[in-house]
Design a protein around this ligand. Structure first.
Ligand code: SAM
Length: 360
């Protein structure tokens, strides 16, 4: 829109040129004696008045045009702004509708489902907590332990699996118990062996600092005569002992406890597999059976902790197939699987008379 000043410029130019010329006419006519000086003055005054009126009219006309142009421009802008605002409101309304639909979906489906899941998880956790408290109380009472015992659960074994181990110790009275992965459980198993009055525990530990900690714990409970914590770092083992399977589906690093430190273990009656930790490799606990089964008693009982984890379940499946073991699943918060041999380690001679089944 051109400004008022720009529009007025040509008129002012015309006025500046023509104005003095027209105003000069009465003076010239006065000088030529066509008009008297009085008439010339009056004529000049009239011309001046006319020029003033014309100037005002032109100014008003220009002002009106500018106002009209401004009004048009403002109404154009107003229309555009209204259009944009209208579109925005439409989009906001659409978004609000979508949000509303989503909220309804969440309220109708997701919230009840999540709340059901939370309720179920809380119930399961509550049941686990109750079970562990019962097992803890039973262990304390049965084993007659020190007033301050190393806490269980978390990184350590749970009370329910320890109760299972105590029962197995009482039933089988193993001369040698081997535990893969030392810690709080080493102390509890030590008390169980002391109560049984027979057997000793070798707790194998790959981390030197934890071996030291576990040793201190055992000493603090006065169990050194029953429990030996043995440091055996993880080293490469032969491929057939490693967690890797022949089909190559498990790409475990061939790492397990240094076997040269375990040579002397003989006639293991109870093997508790609670290490190495999962972080050390896929199916990291698989080597326990291929490596130690030849050093186990015929009636060995093997307990695998954390058996609810897919990795432990899978390596247990392999033990069953590869080493002809029988598996029982015990109820425990982290899962505990118990393995025994399906066939005797040394098959009886063909002419041997089978021993009669003990009468019950
Ligand atoms: C699954 S945990 C179980 C250890 C043991 N069987 C028990 O139940 O207490 C296995 C590993 O935890 C580590 N560990 C031992 N003492 C620990 C402690 N005080 N805090 C954290 N980790 C520990 C050791 O390296 C051990 O081999």
């Amino acid at each position: 829109m051109p400004s008022l000043r720009r529009r007025a410029k040509p008129l002012l130019a015309v006025g500046a040129v023509l104005g003095p010329a027209v105003l000069a006419v009465p003076a010239v006519l006065g000088a030529l004696a066509v008009l008297s000086w009085a008439e010339a003055v009056i004529a000049t005054a009239v011309l001046l008045l006319g020029a003033l009126v014309c100037g005002l009219a032109a100014g008003l006309w220009l002002l009106r045009r500018s106002v009209l142009a401004l009004a048009t421009s403002v109404s154009g802008h107003t229309r555009k702004v209204t259009e944009v605002l209208g579109q925005d409101r439409l989009e906001i309304a659409r978004s609000l509708e979508e949000v509303g639909e989503r909220l309804t979906r969440i309220q109708d489906h997701a919230l009840p489902k999540t709340s059901r899941e939370i309720q179920r998880a809380v119930t399961v956790q509550g049941r686990h907590d109750y079970e562990q408290q019962v097992a803890w109380a039973e262990l304390r009472e049965y084993l007659d332990v020190a007033p301050f015992m190393p806490p269980l659960r978390g990184w350590a074994a749970s009370p329910d699996v320890l109760r299972l181990l105590v029962r197995l110790i009482d039933r089988h009275r193993p001369e040698l118990v081997v535990e893969c992965g030392s810690g709080a459980s080493s102390v509890w198993i030590g008390y169980a062996l002391r109560r049984a009055g027979t057997g000793r525990l070798v707790a194998v530990e790959h981390e030197a600092r934890y071996a030291e900690l576990s040793r201190d714990l055992v000493a603090a409970h006065g169990l050194d005569d029953v429990v030996e914590v043995r440091h055996a770092p993880l080293t490469e083992v032969k491929a057939e002992l490693s967690g890797a399977d022949p089909e190559g589906t498990v790409e475990s690093a061939p790492l397990w406890y240094d076997l040269s430190r375990l040579n002397d273990l003989d006639r293991i009656g109870l093997l508790f597999v609670d290490g190495p930790p999962q972080a050390t490799g896929e199916q990291a606990r698989h080597p326990a059976v291929p490596a130690l089964l030849p050093q186990c008693a015929d009636d060995v009982v093997i307990v695998l902790d954390d058996a609810d984890r897919p990795d432990e379940r899978a390596l247990g499946d392999r033990w069953v197939v590869e080493h002809r073991l029988h598996r029982t699943e015990e109820p425990a918060e982290k899962g505990a699987h118990v393995f025994t041999r399906r066939v005797p380690a040394v098959p009886p001679a063909s002419n041997a008379v089978p021993e009669p089944e003990p009468s019950t």
